[in-house]
Design a binder for this molecule. Structure first.
Ligand code: THU
Length: 136
């Protein structure tokens, strides 16, 4: 596997150590690389009220956007599950606002499994900004 992919997985693995997941016990880490080479990491942050819980992927994406970085090429996501687990539907929708069909999603497990998908495979029928134009 190429060094960039390995590095992104390692950064997600470190970010996962910061996960705040006392309710589910399911810790997730993410690392997002921007076109200028900057990497933003994220972890999931849960809340006793449950709905404010944010996923690792969105933490990383919102960190990038809030720093003015909107061009990304890859995200890695790591869990301690037995098989790689993909971003949830909400994270896919958030990603679809900023990435194209060839954006790479690198799914990893702490035990060393890796699966790489294109965004178009993960989310083939997106709700595009053009779909949101009203008819009145
Ligand atoms: N979670 C993520 O961080 N990313 C996902 O794509 C799926 C779910 C988190 C949210 C929650 O803290 C825990 O995993 C269990 O759903």
């Amino acid at each position: 596997m190429d060094d960039n992919v390995n590095n992104l997985i390692e950064m997600a693995r470190n970010a996962r150590k910061k996960a705040y997941a006392p309710y589910s016990g399911f810790k997730v880490g993410a690392a997002l690389i921007c076109d200028d080479g900057t990497i933003y990491t994220g972890c999931n942050i849960e809340n006793i009220s449950f709905t404010p819980t944010v996923c690792a992927e969105r933490t990383a994406i919102f960190k990038a956007i809030s720093e003015g970085n909107k061009e990304f090429s890859k995200i890695s996501v790591i869990t301690g599950d037995s098989k790689p687990s993909p971003p949830c539907g909400v994270c896919r929708q958030v990603l679809s606002e900023f990435v194209g069909p060839d954006f790479e999603v690198i799914l990893a497990t702490t035990s060393g499994e890796v699966e790489i998908l294109k965004f178009k495979e993960l989310f083939p029928y997106t709700f595009e900004p053009n779909d949101a134009i009203g008819d009145n």
